[in-house]
Design a protein around this ligand. Structure first.
Ligand code: X2X
Length: 334
């Protein structure tokens, strides 16, 4: 509540504040959209980056970060990024694949077994290949992809122990042909739902299961509507930081360089934060009542194989892209 004294103080302070704002009037005011809540390192590190960008450009470049899909679902925000209504957007390459088909390739089931191989691939040849494809759609992907994590199954009904447990299960998946295809290969009934409607879809039992990294599960409170977590680690997924190309190139080169430097550094810091969270969140989720089980992944991978999943995606991406993926994965994916 404002009493007389604070009211007076704020009235007196106002002119000085106004002057300060005018002196530092931003020349560019851009929007940066994300789908995770403000408690997620993706938001915290983005916030840090925009403050550094503002300081280093003397207040000329002002970027506002919008967490929790405040500007719309991922599908909507991708349209806004293309039109220029939103200038920056963290988006899973798998969802971006509705526009840039090759962008889902890192999500192929069981391609990566650990973080070092993920970063080697995404900071190396595979990531460069994907960013090249994204640029063809007039969208710029900054070099360093942000971590979402290795994805695990959660359900409200039963633990997933063998591939047979997935048969017939209504699984919420993000809006992406790769996800649908993968859960069809498992014999599930995948339902495409954007992240901003995931909680309510699970709550109302439109879906009985979903899959996400532990940090994302916890920070989105999915333990409130899911009981079991089965550590399948069936794929790794990250968030590219995308920029509308026209908006980025409208900035002077030195401002572009400042933005690039800080967002890439933020991504690298976010990776460490999320990796730590993805380890520590198991305890938090258990305390919240979630029941965990370890999973032998070999039969799941064999199931994808026998369902023709690898063969059909190899054909879709083409030999060249598939060779880059297999090289990064360090094994044949068939
Ligand atoms: O929608 C999801 O499940 C999420 C949050 O992991 C993605 O952005 C792909």
């Amino acid at each position: 509540m404002m009493n007389r004294r604070t009211l007076l103080a704020s009235t007196l302070a106002a002119p000085a504040l106004l002057r300060a704002t005018r002196a530092n009037a931003a020349e560019w005011t851009y929007k940066w959209a994300q789908n995770q809540p403000a408690s997620h390192p993706m938001y915290l590190r983005a916030q840090e980056a925009v403050e550094k960008i503002k300081a280093e450009t003397g207040g000329k470049m002002e970027i506002q970060v919008f967490p929790s899909n405040q500007l719309g679902s991922d599908t909507d925000t991708l349209s806004q990024l293309r039109s220029g209504a939103v200038e920056f957007f963290n988006l899973s390459g798998l969802i971006l694949s509705t526009l840039v088909p090759a962008a889902s390739i890192n999500g192929i089931g069981f391609a990566f077994g650990d973080y070092p191989s993920v970063w080697k691939a995404m900071d190396g040849e595979l990531g460069a290949f994907i960013r090249g494809q994204i640029l063809k759609a007039n969208i710029v992907a900054f070099d360093k992809i942000w971590d979402n994590g290795f994805r695990h199954m959660t359900t409200s009904t039963k633990p997933i122990v063998t591939p047979a447990d997935l048969v017939g299960m209504k699984v919420r998946v993000p809006v992406s042909p790769l996800w649908t295809s993968m859960f069809e290969a498992f014999g599930s009934s995948p339902i495409s739902i954007n992240a901003n409607e995931m909680y309510s879809a699970l709550q109302t039992k439109i879906a009985d299961a979903q899959e996400n990294p532990l940090a994302t599960i916890y920070l989105n409170k999915l333990h409130e509507v899911q009981k079991y977590c089965s550590l399948t680690g069936h794929m790794w997924d990250g968030f590219w930081l995308l920029a509308n190309r026209r908006a980025l190139e409208a900035l002077p080169k030195d401002v572009q360089a400042i933005v690039t430097k800080h967002v890439n550094a933020a991504a690298v810091a976010e990776r460490a934060d999320v990796e730590a969270l993805n380890t520590s969140m198991k305890g938090n989720l258990e305390k919240a009542g979630m029941v965990f089980n370890a999973v032998d992944t070999a039969p799941f991978r064999a199931r994808l194989s026998s369902a023709g999943f690898y063969k059909s995606w190899h054909a879709k991406y083409g030999d060249e892209a598939w060779a880059v993926l297999e090289k990064a994965a360090g094994s044949k994916l068939a």
